[in-house]
Design a protein around this ligand. Sequence first.
Ligand code: AMP
Length: 396
Amino acid sequence: MNILVINCGSSSCKFQLFDVDNGTVLAKGNADRIGIDGVLSYQATGKDKIEKKIAIPNHKEAVQLVLAQLTDKDTGVIADVSEIAAVGHRVLHGGKYYSESVIVNDDVKKVIRDCFDLGPLHNPANLIGIEACEAALPAGTPQVAVFDTAFHMTMPPKAYMYALPYEYYEKYSIRRYGFHGTSHRYVSKRAAEFLNVPQQGLKMITCHLGNGSSFAAVKDGKCVDTSMGLTPLAGICMGTRTGDIDPAIVPFIQKMEGKSAEEMDTLMNKKSGVLGVSGVSSDFRDLAKAASEGNERAQLALDMFSYQGSKIVGSYAAAMGGVDVIVFTAGIGENTDTIREAIIKPLEFMGAKIDPAKNNGTRCEAVISADDSKVKIVVIPTNEELAIAQETKALI
Ligand code: AMP
């Protein structure tokens, strides 16, 4: 069974076509720079990557282009779009309405539309992607919405409420939602399978460390707290995002620098984080290189990242009354042993101990804790696209 996974961002449409019966990728790519100058990249598995400049005025045309590429008689991997059994769409925000993935109908589309204010860059693009697939594929081809927020909907009110006047929760649904939910769900389930233990009764902390980074406290397989908030700006400092800061800093800088709300938004989302502190890069490989050459601000940015990470993991152990498993995933979590070590080091007091021999150089599914560590520490590579394809298959 072939399932197409679509991930529409503000100016891109990433895609992967899976044969879900054996979990293989038939082809993948990205219709990028939508509404700018248009670049389509495409790779059929086992074949050379193709990249071409082509006008992509909007997301609707991006989806048509993707389908045309997949069925191209020379480079395509299917003969006809009818060979696509269903489409799984990554959707950023499902508000408080969905704790699981759902088959798209008019009610689901209304919720995605109602959440435009909460995900202004992504939700409109996600909806266009869904409607473009509906128009381009045979009538009745199921479309499934897989929400980034869904996994976190099991959080109790004490974890998701902000201490603002209650009317803002009632009027505008201002609360913690959390993101990267598909990844946290996938790696928490996979880690339990990998360790051969049931999720029931297990206290787990999943650390999704990438350009955007978030943590989740997962008890009995259900999320009880997470570090991102109303938006993906909250939590630990990230590549270019501040993470949590004293909220009074915002009006302070606005006043001192005469900045608008929009300028502050850009400053905190795009110019801050480890990039802002180091002045070097948002990429942890560049930071590690600069730090090894003696750049003190690059080292400071790395230290801040791991220090804040340790504090979140420690606080989630407190939130759950303990922790059995800590999972590292995503670009940094899967590849950067020094960050894993720096996050865990201060947590030895609570029985979390890394084995350097197992940790160093590990980039695949593995246990990296010492034999005498009370807490199992594992690396589980995330695969959000495969998770979306699997959830889509399960629903249809
Ligand atoms: P992601 O958003 O999950 O793609 O992660 C991006 C971050 O992961 C960047 O800061 C990269 O520096 C880091 N990263 C990705 N691949 C590697 C790698 N092979 N070695 C070290 N860091 C990596």
